[in-house]
Design a binder for this molecule. Sequence first.
Ligand code: UDP
Length: 248
Amino acid sequence: MAEKINVRGVYFDNVTMDEAAAMLIERARAGVQTSLFTPNSEIVQMCIDNPEMYDIIGKGDVIIPDGIGVVKAAKILKTPLKERVAGFDTGKRIIAASKDEGLKIFFLGGKPGIAEQAAEKMQEEYPGSIFVGTNDGYFKKEGAESDAVIAKVNESGADVLFVCLGAPTQEKWINENRDKMPGVKLFLALGGSLDGYSGNVKRAPQFFIKHNLEWFYRLACQPSRIGRMMKLPKFYFGTWIYKMKNKK
Ligand code: UDP
């Protein structure tokens, strides 16, 4: 297991993207059931505001910093993380490994039709990758509808389940149901990634990613995100205040 770094109460694995992908593939090979959670600063701030969220997010077996805000906060706290590890790209690494590792993939989440489209696009991008099923994300997250989704996943024989229902719904659903899917080795909680894989939402151009401005690009494309994004400055300045208060 990788070293864990505490950022405002969430314990992140201190890994590079390569190390994260290798660790997940290694665990899948060994048949160790593993959940991957990918909190950004918005989610960490959600934990700070609602402490019961720490339990939900903290149950991830592997937790990577999906956002530059978390990496910056770790630096402010003088416990630096190696790099930002975007969930979107980590998911692609696993898809890329599907062929050689014989990992069967199931896409769960997004509006009707998105998961199928995402699987088609990924099949083209990664020839030989193995997709065994898809389901949209608009079902009741408990009771009969949820059980039907679980049965579908089990029947598909999937080794890797992408769970893209948005946070914290996806993390909660994984925590509550992973035991009912013993064949699944990797549960990847990847938010809006299927929208990206399907081509329906464009990833920021490299320039924005390189200059740590992906958040700005997303805001410019979807101004309705402003409410959610106000958590970012709250998190950033809150971390400075936290640091000053806890100075040794
Ligand atoms: N979604 C879903 N089921 C739901 C609610 C949301 O499948 O009940 C999907 C939604 O269609 C979108 C994703 O979850 O594809 C959430 O995307 P967003 O970018 O808001 O999530 P984030 O990555 O920021 O958590």
